[in-house]
Design a protein around this ligand. Structure first.
Ligand code: GLV
Length: 305
């Protein structure tokens, strides 16, 4: 197990010992590679998973497994299960709803005014006025879509294969991207990190959005070109943004993005279920696998997520 370093390991161990006392749980660096059946990892040293000959399954400690699959020796023949406990999608939905309302009600502007003790009143749009386009309608995107609809936002999506979600028009594939962007006053990126999505959130894409569009990225940092976002905010093509992910992380303390008045930064916390919840989910998956039932969210090397 490697996720959260040794301090994190103690917490995993405590939960797994309580939930599945029959499992023998060891820290990544202490384990005999030849004796490992299951690995739980977030950002493993390259080559180490490949050196575990008896490995039956790898669990990612997060929903995104890009830090695992970037290992050139990543053993593609071993199932890699993405961390998708039931609470993860709800948490992402919570975050996206918060960020959407924060942008709608100009929370950053109010926080800056408050910091200067300035009473600045203004009116703003209402949820039904803002057409939200979600890029990526997987389990997280689907939950966020339903929750945003509950708040009154009209919601549509963009996905690789067609998803039929109640009340959500789905724009499918590269050919539909222009049409999707044209009607998106707020873009929410929940895409997985793949070769096809890296750098997608840049000037060329912003130019296809309505002027003053809003952006939320809770996908991956490599999907955004941060200087392009700052430039689009400066020149008005984007009206505001909330970013949870960066490349690299943490964002450097001297990065100009921190101080931008139209940008809200959160430290990769959009959907981070507590370790107990994740440990319970892993223990349940292992029990299922031992009984011959594989979890659903297995990484597909062909798709890259
Ligand atoms: C967090 O970003 C995750 O992949 O779960």
């Amino acid at each position: 197990m490697k996720s959260g370093g040794r301090a994190g390991f103690e917490e995993w161990l405590e939960h797994l010992a309580a939930l599945a006392p029959a499992l023998r749980v060891q820290y990544w660096e202490d384990a005999d590679p030849a004796a490992v059946d299951y690995a739980l990892v977030w950002d493993p040293e390259p080559g180490r998973l490949a050196a575990m000959p008896g490995l039956r399954c790898i669990f990612g400690a997060g929903a995104g497994v890009d830090l695992i699959t970037r290992d050139p020796d990543f053993p593609r023949h071993i199932p890699l299960v993405r961390m998708t406990p039931p609470g993860a999608a709800q948490r992402m939905g919570d975050y996206v709803c918060w960020a959407a309302l924060h942008l709608l009600r100009q929370g950053r502007r109010m926080a800056l005014s408050q910091a200067r003790a300035v009473w600045e009143d203004f009116s703003c749009a209402s949820a039904p006025d803002i057409r939200v386009g979600i890029m990526g309608l997987g389990v997280m995107g689907a939950r966020a879509a339903a929750m945003l609809q509950g708040l009154g936002f009209p919601v549509h999506g963009w996905s690789r294969s067609e998803k039929r979600l109640p009340g959500v028009t789905d724009f499918v594939g590269e050919a539909a991207l222009d049409d999707f962007l044209r009607v998106s006053d707020l873009v929410v990126c929940l895409l997985p990190d793949t070769l096809a999505t890296q750098g997608i959130l840049g000037t060329a894409l912003f130019a296809r959005l309505p002027r003053g569009a809003l952006l939320i990225n809770a996908g991956r940092g490599r999907q955004q070109i941060l200087p392009d976002i700052l430039a689009a905010l400066d020149e008005g093509q984007l009206g505001g943004a909330v970013l949870d992910v960066f490349d690299p992380e943490p964002l450097a303390a001297d990065d100009p993005a921190w101080g931008h008045p139209l940008l809200t930064i959160t430290p990769h916390v959009a959907s981070l279920p507590p370790r107990r919840e994740r440990a319970a989910w892993v223990a349940g998956c292992i029990a299922g696998i031992e009984a011959g039932h594989w979890p659903e969210k297995v990484y597909n090397p062909g798709l890259g997520y």
